[in-house]
Design a protein around this ligand. Structure first.
Ligand SMILES: C[S@@+](CC[C@H](N)C(=O)[O-])C[C@H]1O[C@@H](n2cnc3c(N)ncnc32)[C@H](O)[C@@H]1O
Length: 294
């Protein structure tokens, strides 16, 4: 994987190595070649109006510590790292529109966009995508349902995200259902033993846990998405060896999945912390130096 600074990109990037690019995607996208990508997955900031933060703490033994643990031993918490990015936009659709136009330009004719958003913004984004891709190119609205966090009592606890799926060309898009993992039937007794053993093809509602807090997959990056959901998108909508793009890359989940499935990738993020986390996750040199190529 080569790590590049957006300021050092040529007018048109020639795809060869997998790439991790640090910079504003508005600056990077026009330099990516047209029609090059099988699929684009993006999970932009959701415009929550807050700064997204994640702190990683380590608990260490300290006789002067402020916590008491097993057999009265004293401990203190040590901040290992604090990661954050801004998530507040005055004109959210105005921010997204030129980037989504570019996403369409860089998709191959058989290409697919997966746009990950939460229910507060999803309907506005769907209208925008209808306008940019055409209503006929809307393929699916995937609901990713999870079970984590608080449960307010004054409304139905919000426990899903929306993934809007648009194809560049309704007649030519790539979709390989055989590549996708199967799920257990809810009522296996109602189907043959053979069918029950094989499992069912997933629908547009995906029950999947968030990134487990103590799992090996966890990078500590705020709003990291689970590889399990991104794997389905890459498996279904890209070909082996095909190029995949995430220009709001965060901790590099798309790159990790693409590599695992034998696809190629380009990742873009404006945050030096995201570049550092992704470099650590996918391998590379000192993430502090991101100018030029390595
Ligand atoms: C929701 S996070 C993505 C998380 C990612 N899907 C993962 O699994 O880790 C959104 C990311 O978009 C990045 N971002 C926000 N504005 C950007 C811009 N204009 N150009 C590039 N990246 C941007 C933020 O730094 C943040 O890392």
């Amino acid at each position: 994987m080569r790590i590049l600074d957006a300021g050092a990109l040529p007018q048109t990037v020639v795809l060869g190595d997998d790439l991790l690019i640090e910079g504003d995607n508005a600056q990077v996208l026009p330099r990516l070649p047209a029609g090059a990508f099988d699929m684009v997955y993006i999970d932009p900031p959701f415009n929550t109006g807050r700064t997204q933060r994640r702190s990683t703490l380590r608990v260490v033994r300290d006789e002067d510590g402020d916590r008491t643990g097993f057999q009265g031993r004293r401990y203190r918490s040590e901040l290992l790292r604090a990661l954050a990015y801004e998530d507040s936009f005055g004109d959210y659709l105005g921010f997204l529109a030129p980037r989504l136009e570019q996403a369409r330009r860089v998709l191959a004719d058989h290409g697919t966009l997966y746009f990950h958003i939460d229910p507060r913004e999803a309907h506005y984004c769907k209208l925008l995508l209808d306008e940019l891709f055409g209503r006929e190119c809307f393929l699916n609205e995937i609901v990713w349902a999870y079970d984590f966090g608080g449960r307010p009592k004054r409304r139905w606890p919000a426990k899903h995200d929306t993934i809007l799926v648009y194809v560049k060309d309704r007649a030519r898009y790539h979709f390989d259902d055989d590549e996708v993992d199967r799920e257990p039937y809810m009522a296996p007794g109602l189907v043959t033993a053979e069918k029950a053993a094989r499992g069912k093809r997933p629908s547009d509602v995906w029950w999947h846990t968030i990134v487990p807090t103590n799992g090996a997959e966890k990078t500590g990056y705020p709003t990291q998405k689970p590889a399990g959901i991104v794997r389905r998108m890459v498996a279904a909508s890209s070909r082996p060896g095909g190029w995949c793009l995430d220009f709001f890359a965060g901790s590099g989940t798309l790159g990790a999945v693409a590599r695992e499935l034998g696809r190629r990738f380009v990742l873009v993020d404006s945050s030096p912390e995201a570049i550092a986390v992704t470099t650590q996750r996918l391998g590379g040199d000192d993430p502090g130096i991101t100018a030029g190529t390595r």
